[in-house]
Design a protein around this ligand. Sequence first.
Ligand SMILES: [Fe+2]
Ligand SMILES: [Fe+2]
Length: 155
Amino acid sequence: MRLTDALRGEHAILYEIFAGVRETLDESDEIAVIRTAVALLERNLMSHAAIEDEILFPELDTHIKGMGPLEMMRSEHQGIDEYLEAIRNETDVAQLKKQTGQLLELAFNHFQKEEMALFGMAEQFLSEDELTALGDKWASRRKVDVQGQSCMAAS
Ligand SMILES: [Fe+2]
Ligand SMILES: [Fe+2]
């Protein structure tokens, strides 16, 4: 499987987590309840961003280093980190809800840009073999067994 397709699949699950956090914000004013929802989001969002930072973006540096889309994605990852840090330290429930809402908006818009621009650029600049080799790195990192045709042919 191509890395870009694996990342699109991760986005789909993360959109569900975004929706769950949004529901929690609508339904609760309890700091502990909101923190629990954000902790699940943080764990999943950070591991997803780490895969992009460590497996995808370095490959794109060869082709589009310093160019707008790649550097914008990196700086938005940083922005997401900063929101999560601020949220961890926030003790006022109204501020916590506001910042969490802003984080959801930033993360959603970031995902849309990756899907509409960056992943397409990756597929333009990297070959199918390169994308599949990166997909194998993703599978090993996520500990899933990808039984693609190449695996079947090799056995
Ligand atoms: Fe990202
Ligand atoms: Fe992403």
